[in-house]
Structures are given as structure tokens and as C-alpha cells.
Design a protein around this ligand. Sequence first.
Ligand SMILES: [Fe+2]
Length: 172
Amino acid sequence: MATSTLQDLLIETLRDTYHAEKQLVKALPRMAKAATSEELKAAFNNHLAVTVEQVNRLEQAFELLGAPVRSKRCAAMEGLIEEGKELINEDIEPQVLDAGLIAAAQKVEHYEIAAYGTLRTWAEMLGHTEAAELFQTTLDEEAEADETLTQLAESGVNAEANSAGVEEEDER
Ligand SMILES: [Fe+2]
């Protein structure tokens, strides 16, 4: 299919986002397992449940737009997840890893916030009101997840990471 209209681009972007979310369903359990902070583990596990629901919502959106449910490789999310994996595989202090995992997860959330904002606006423009509402619901969830991560970072994870590094240096 040639991409000639905004409707085509909307479907392409939907396919890209579908692939992104499905990759995230696989990555979040790894991130939860790698996290040390119980709150951070819980936040990742909670967002996993939310993400599974977001995948369902995207499938509903395909139906509303009259397009087959299909993914298109999302290289951006692959890259973001790959960077998260590299971090987990590094020789890294657990508390420092937690701070890094939050940073990696926030990059993912911001990517998704951009994607869903675009999907919502295009769907609205093209008169797909119901689909636009679905995208807005997910957009709100992504913003909430981002906010939770900021709170976790500011309420202790960054400070723990900071003192973990200092203790390490004292021991040397
Ligand atoms: Fe998501």
C-alpha cells in the first residue's frame, strides 16, 4: 500500500505503535526483575498490566479504522529497549541500575506520549472520534506512568544511587 493520505499515515503509525507496545510487554518483566527498589519493581509490573490493556486498545483501534491488525517494525522502540538491556547487563551497582532503569523507562514513555498524541490528533482530524478517545485514554496512562517514575526518582531512587556510588568509592 502506498502511503498517500493522512489516513494511510495514521494506519502506518498505528502499526508502528502496536509493535512498540508488544515489544514493551516483553521488556517490562525483565526491567521489573532487574530493579532492586520494591516500589520500582511494582511500578514496572503495574505498567505491564496497563500495557497489555493498551495492546488490546490498539487492536480495537484497528477495527474502528477498518484496517487489519498488523505490526510494522518499530526500530525506535527496539533501540530504546536495547539500551535498557545493555544497562542491565553492565557491571553496575544495583541502586545505580535503578536510577538508570527509570531513565530508560522514561525515554520509552516519552516516545509513546509523542506517538499517542499524534495518533489522537490525526484520528480527531479524520473524524475517527472513538479511536481518538482510545488514543487519549492511553496517552493519559502513559503520562501517569511517566509521573510515577519521576516521583520514584525524586523520592529516593536517585538519592540511593548517589550514595551507592559514594560508598563504593570509600571502600576503595
Ligand atoms: Fe504504552
